[in-house]
Design a protein around this ligand. Structure first.
Ligand SMILES: [Zn+2]
Length: 640
């Protein structure tokens, strides 16, 4: 018998076999038991968590021949069940929408849907990657969904349900799948290992689950490879070698070096890893993940549900978290996030990685400067191990700090005059906006102000406008969506300023054309606010993706970029570029500070308008809920 991959061999055949999606299976089974069968289903969620599997089980349940009606749990032995499982049922048609996305395929499907099923109760179409279907094709599909023949059931599996037109969605039952919990995956892997007579230690299983990152299929696929190369004994080292991850002890070592301000140790570690054949980008991603986990451990405790990692790593993360402040960790994460992004399209990956890690070493010395400027005492900081080093570094590292400071401190903070030796540190960042003379910063330090804001009963802070970092952090603490945004590795800006990566002029000019097209389309559609925000943003076009960095938090972006604006933008982009382009709004720094340098105090009339805007109940609610802030006020009343 030929070898069958584990993911297929152990693919659940019954609703009760599916792990981690009880909310979906229970609802579906109840609906079948009550005879309420919809004509359209949407299954959405990350890859490899059982969307297509459940679609197939549902197909079996609907067409199972063990009874003369649909059954809540398929028998798995009748002809119909077996054919569906084998993927050769005449009446259950699986279509990969990624390759059959056009109008012709859907028209064909529509034609075929008119005929009754050959043998079974229902004719079932399972559309995988359904978000890839073109708009025209969706329109064709809509015709069928509007008046579906009674024997037709559509099931759409997608990772991006928001890309499915509302008209389609409203005619379907939508189930959104959860990422499978770390513990559930480990337990399932253990069961499978036992059935396969594989000896696998706990750490190895944890490592597989970790690499799977919420996807059972990915975890099993790596287990397949591990078994293929190493036989019936799986150890953590074997798995680690396969997927090329470094041991979390190495990550902890790096953070130890950072804590002790030891740039040399950091460089040595990188050298060792690169000699061993690690890829800089891959390492940066692991570092990023590790920092994220450390930050979560700091914020929510090391046994938080938000941490889906092995107990060994949990202990390491907790140790690292104890050595740094929340601000430090957030800043580290931001630095690594940027380093990771830059590594994606740079030639000198090694240097970038080194620079990124060195920045971590320097970044923790940033705070005394802020405190110095704000006049707050250095004792306010609870940095732990790093504090003495900071004090020592205050003068000798002033130059390097000035440079790094341009990243961490915002433009309204005056920079110490640039010492000539500042350029001895290689950096990809352009000189910060702080080069221009700026009015002295008199407000409290952002972090200090944040602390006050959190402890006081909603005291208005003078520096409220500049509190980007702190509001991000506080929303991270209180808002689970924010935390999960970080979890997903989304760019969450933490007020590190505008370090603009150099881009080719060609990319810039094409981005400019797309920008105009999108802005015009939005204006024409009356989406003035979004158009304004995008206009202020930093546009870049990479391959098939247009990314706009805007001065809004990720949560606010989610609110602003609804399905309707998204469609408008998508259409404009496709027209302008003559090919489908992905559009992404991410939270970022550049828009925060005006191009000309210092954030000048708003003109008096605008200040009045700002006050009016602040008193608006919606604005207040947004402030409260999302830590939102007003960035730009256009006073139409006074200007017009
Ligand atoms: Zn059956």
């Amino acid at each position: 018998m030929s070898y069958q991959v584990l993911a297929r061999k152990y693919r659940p055949q019954k609703f009760s076999d599916v792990i981690g999606q009880d909310h979906v299976t229970r609802t579906l089974q109840n609906a079948i038991a009550q005879g309420r069968i919809a004509h359209g289903y949407i299954f959405s969620g990350h890859r490899g968590i059982g969307k297509t599997t459940i679609a197939r089980i549902l197909a079996m349940a609907l067409n199972c021949q063990s009874q003369d009606h649909p059954v809540p749990e398929p028998c798995a032995v009748c002809d119909s069940c077996r054919e569906i499982r084998a993927g050769n049922s005449v009446d259950v048609i699986e279509i990969d929408a990624a390759t059959n996305r056009g109008i012709d395929e859907i028209r064909e499907l529509r034609e075929a849907a008119r005929y009754r099923p050959a043998r079974d109760r229902f004719k079932i179409y399972i559309l995988d990657e359904a978000h890839q279907i073109t708009d025209a094709a969706f329109n064709a599909l809509l015709k069928t969904l509007e008046e579906p023949p009674s024997h037709i059931v559509f099931m759409m599996a997608t990772t991006q349900p928001e890309d499915i037109p509302q008209t389609i969605r409203s005619r379907c039952q939508h189930f959104s799948f959860h990422a499978v919990r770390f513990d559930d995956i480990v337990a399932q892997l253990r069961t499978i290992a036992q059935q396969e007579r594989i000896e696998a230690d706990d750490e190895a299983l944890a490592m597989l689950a970790e690499v799977g990152d919420g996807s059972m299929r990915d975890a099993l696929s790596i287990m397949d490879q591990a078994i293929a190369c190493c036989g019936s004994r799986l150890s953590a080292d074997v798995v680690r070698g396969l997927v090329g991850t470094v041991a979390s002890s190495v990550l902890e070592d790096v953070m130890d070096a950072v804590a002790h301000n030891s740039s040399e140790d950091v460089l040595r570690t990188i050298d060792r890893l690169l000699v061993e054949g690690q890829s800089p980008q891959h390492f940066a991603r692991q570092m990023l993940r590790f920092l994220r986990n450390a930050l979560v451990a700091k914020v929510a405790g090391s046994n938080s549900q938000l941490l889906q990692i092995s107990s060994d790593e949990q202990a390491r993360v907790a140790r690292v978290a104890a050595g740094f402040s929340e601000e430090d960790l957030a800043r580290f994460m931001q630095i690594m996030l940027r380093t990771h992004n830059e590594l994606g399209y740079k030639q000198e990956q090694r240097f970038l990685l080194e620079l990124g890690l060195l920045k971590l070493v320097h970044a923790q010395r940033l705070l005394p400067l802020e405190e110095l400027l704000s006049g707050a005492s250095t004792g306010a900081k609870t940095g732990g191990a790093a504090t003495p080093a900071r004090a020592a570094g205050t003068t000798s590292h002033a130059a390097s700090r000035a440079q790094l400071g341009s990243a961490a401190l915002r433009s309204e903070t005056p920079m110490p005059s640039r010492a000539p030796q500042a350029s001895s540190i290689p950096t990809s960042s352009k000189p910060g906006p702080g080069g221009d003379p700026a009015p002295p910063f008199t407000g409290p330090s952002p972090f200090e102000a944040d602390r006050r804001r959190k402890s006081g009963p909603k005291a208005e802070t003078a520096a409220g406008d500049e509190l980007r970092a702190s509001s991000e952090l506080s929303s991270l603490r209180t808002d689970p969506t924010m935390a999960s945004a970080v979890m997903a590795g989304t760019a969450t800006a933490v007020a590190l300023g505008s370090e603009v990566a150099e881009r080719s002029s060609a990319a810039e000019s094409s981005a400019e054309g797309l920008r105009q097209a999108v802005l015009t389309a939005l204006e024409n559609a009356g989406q003035h606010v979004l158009a304004h925000n995008l206009e202020e943003g930093e546009w870049s076009a990479q391959d098939a993706e247009v990314v706009v960095k805007v001065g809004m938090s990720q949560v606010l972006i989610g609110v602003a970029l609804g399905p309707e604006p998204k469609r408008i933008i998508q259409t404009a982009l496709t027209e302008a570029a003559k090919r489908p382009l992905k559009f992404k709004m991410i939270s970022g720094g550049a828009a925060v500070a005006p191009k000309n340098g210092a954030t000048a105090a708003p003109p008096a009339n605008v200040a009045g308008a700002r006050a009016r805007a602040l008193s608006d109940p919606i604005v207040q609610r947004m402030k409260e809920k999302f830590g939102a802030e007003i960035r730009t006020v256009i006073d139409h009343k006074n200007s017009g």
